[in-house]
Design a protein around this ligand. Sequence first.
Ligand code: ZN
Length: 838
Amino acid sequence: MQKLLPFLIFCICFNSFAQQEDLSLDYYLPQDVSYNEEIPKPQDIIGYIPGEWHVTHDLLLNYMRELARVSPRISIENRGVTYEGRPLILLTITSEENHDNLEEIRENHLALTQENASSLNTEEMPIVVNQGFSIHGNEASGSNAALLAAYYLAAAEGEEIEELMENTVILFDPSFNPDGLQRFSYWANTNKSENINPDPQDREYNEIWPGGRTNHYWFDMNRDWLPVQLPESQARIETFHKWMPNILTDHHEMGSNSSFFFQPGIPSRTHPLTPNINQDLTREIGTYHAEAFDELGSFYYTEENYDDFYYGKGSTFPDINGSIGILFEQGSSRGHAQETDNGVLTFPFTIRNQFTAALSTLEAAKNMRETILNYQRNFYKNARNSAENGAYVFGSEKDASSAYELAKILEKHKIEIHQIEEDFETDGKNFKKNSAYVVPKNQRQHRLVEAMFERRTEFQDSLFYDISAWTLPLAFNLDFAEDVKMNKAGKKIEDLQKPEIQSPEQSSYAYVMQWHDFYSPKALNMILEKGLRAKVGMQPFSLANREYDYGTILVPVQNQELDADEMHEFLQKVAEKSNVQIDAISTGLTQGVNLGSNQFRALKPAKVALIVGEGITPYDAGEIWHLFDQRYDMKITKLDTRRFSRADLSRYTDIILPNSGSSALKSKDLDKLKEWIRDGGTLIGYRNAAQLFEKEDFMELEIKKDSLVAEDISFEEQRDFRGAQGIGGAIFEANIDRSHPVNFGYTNDKLPLFRNTTIFVEADKQSYNNPIQYTEDPLLSGYISAPRLDSIAGTVPFKHKGMGRGNVILFTDNTNFRAFWFGTNKLLMNAIFFGDEM
Ligand SMILES: [Zn+2]
């Protein structure tokens, strides 16, 4: 058998490679059915057979629109646009008759998840399948296969397709990531040769930074199904909750030497909130893929890697929603054809596999329809039965925006939230009407709520494909109580509104703004950009029974570019745009420091540059770009490592070095940076910058050395042993010194931090140099091995050091994680605006 294997592989690949010479639709499509001549083939619209070129998003769109125009089985809708303005379309594919009753079908289907669903008859009910392709733009075989799948569903004739159309509503999303797909298609097409060259070293197979995997701001959108911070995810999640599909498929690619993977993944790494039956059904659906691939002669595997733990992934999110998520991974040709361990892997071959998996999914859905519909109904029934009474409450007395932002996520997931009836205190935390929300436990989405709010520190497995914790109230650094009575709940919120603020009165003396609100940096930036003088208060003070905390911003009225009237008008606009309260005050005689005190330090406008390009982690850089551009409306210059040596750094007050490889910057670049710092610049480095800063003498650091020794670990266990010592993403608690400028705006003495590194920096001997320090028992949620937990205790994730007239600042943790870690974004903004005061 073993000797036969290479021969078989050779046959398959030779066959598929040869096909490209005279590629036709016959290579892909089932030949035992006829096709409606009225339906345009992909090549009629895009100009070539799928697989000859990488389809661009606009051509993909043209074809889908044309299908929707001519086929009574297909309708199309636009659900918004990407950051680059590309439409986020969705096809609904079902029989003409179902189309005529679509709203009724949808409502009946949704009723399965609601109370009193037991009387519904699932015998005649269509199953709803959501098929999505290429959420990673450079895993393009999915979206290219979507051309063929859509054609097949529109054009195939005969009993079998009629039966499928009658019994299925297909929500068909041909491109989960339009901007990334466009970026990658440009790369693969512009580097394609007439004589396709499968040499893996060819430029075609080696994209330049940042590649097409991500969206516009370089986010991995297959992590955003739960936090829903990006427009693409928002469209998907809206569709999901509008329809509650029974199966959701997510078509990806993996390394070129791999074959094809379909779920289930590794059983022990399934999230415990996911019912076992979910995995059983996934396994049964898998038999349909296996049969189809056996017939085709394509190799595949299952249950060996990938997992269903983090609910922010497309194939796992459905599992906490009574649905079944399925991940497909096809070995990637990453261009038009590439030499691999399995011979030459052609693009058409990868497309054909994806197309085949799309059809076997529908076959499974059709045959397992009733079982899966009943599973969904039971899921919600059981969820409701297991729900406790009572409610969660979250909020922030002084940072209403962060609480609002979390409430927005819940609203997007159709989770029932209430206002609070009146202000109250519990466990020493104050919940106020304008900034706290109640989430009843007994509600339809009870399991999803649990998955968002739970703190988990015990696990069946010690390996995770992605993060092991995402507890949202911690991510937003909110006050949180898990068990309040429902009588604390006020009106149910039907249409969530921004927190209310009062517009500032006019003052002829000064205006002040607390630094607590998430959006206060946006307001400060507007003020400084306008050329107004502003100061930051290094100490608290009070005035007219109002306490002003560390970091309060002071804007004097006199001696400014604007006169008192203009200033008032402008600050009203600032308050409105940022939704942050600004107070007018009429006297400098405050309790504590007075407004004329030297404890108010002058601020200068921030001119920030972000180092991007080869060697920098695109996600980390993109998160920062997004934070500035989308959240704070702040300009940020993206300085590419390629031309860093030629850049004029004197234009910037702050430069951010995101996580990077050790060779991202050359030694000449580092010298240049040091000179700029000595002249007054502030360099802010993240994560791996720790090693660089230490080695290149930017700051003195004591980084704990890795002293792990394997005992009784076999060769086979080696990988798992190493993996278990990593921190894939967990949440840790630090003590903070609120008087240090890096912590301005925080109101508690503790701060939850997200961490996905194993860089442990020893605390300084001088306690005032450790404004953020991990507690002795810091694990709040997620997985960390016992030795690593020992290592992290008492270490510091933040360091500051003066250099000449400037500053070097280090964060070993990612404070900007995936655009949903609102709770620590302020640390970066403090480094930017108050770095000189540290
Ligand atoms: Zn992928």
